[in-house]
Design a protein around this ligand. Structure first.
Ligand code: ADP
Length: 191
């Protein structure tokens, strides 16, 4: 059965780490929009330079850019059993576009996993990651801004999935394995 998963949560909630574990166990294709965007930045293309300026300021890349990128990735991977969307959707417009795009491919989102982590812990994790990540956006000022953007633009996406009846809250604190066990319990409860 095709199972598409959206992993949701604030910056630093652990979406990337848990997505990799979920992708392996459930045979899903991991799609991280942050990674796709950073790969474009690395190419130093014209669009890459524009993307870089959004990311390094902690702002969202425009919906149109992200939606077009996702649309072509979905087309390229039409034979995949299921996806785990990490870092997407980040606005309600993106959530609506994802629903439409998946419908075209005859599928839908099965579950939205909402990783919950308190703000102090998020900041601590992101600052720690910044020591080794080399990411332009893992510094204190940009982290504060990203969390603000999350509250303003991204948090409403949760209601989109609550209305669809597929949002599941996951306690995102504790060891990686503890968190993964909670996620597996939610995944295994799916029909
Ligand atoms: P984190 O979850 O730690 O913020 P990501 O790698 O998911 O890290 O995202 C890093 C940055 O990439 C975001 O702050 C934003 O600038 C950009 N980005 C990633 N995904 C999206 C998206 N779906 N829409 C708009 N911007 C995005």
């Amino acid at each position: 059965m095709t199972k598409n998963v959206v992993i949701f949560g604030a910056p630093g909630a652990g979406k990337g780490t848990q997505s990799a574990m979920i992708a392996e166990k459930y045979g899903l294709k991991h799609l991280s929009t942050g990674e796709l965007l950073r790969a474009e930045v690395e190419k130093k293309s014209e669009i890459g330079k524009q993307i870089d300026s959004y990311i390094s300021h902690g702002n969202l890349v425009p919906d149109e850019v992200i939606i077009n990128m996702l649309s072509s990735v979905l087309k390229q991977n039409s034979q995949t059993a299921g996806f785990i969307f990490d870092g997407f959707p980040r606005t309600t417009a993106q959530a609506a576009a994802l629903k439409t795009m998946l419908k075209i491919h005859g599928t839908e989102v099965a579950v939205m996993l909402n990783l919950k982590v308190g703000e102090d812990e998020l900041i601590k994790r992101l600052l720690y990651r910044g020591i080794s990540s080399g990411r332009s956006d893992d510094n204190y000022e940009t982290i504060q801004h990203r969390i603000q953007v999350y509250h303003n633009d991204t948090a409403p996406v949760k209601d989109f999935y609550v209305k669809e009846g597929i949002a599941v809250d996951i306690d995102g604190t504790g060891s990686l394995n503890d968190i993964f066990k909670r996620i597996c319990a939610a995944m295994d409860a799916l029909a």
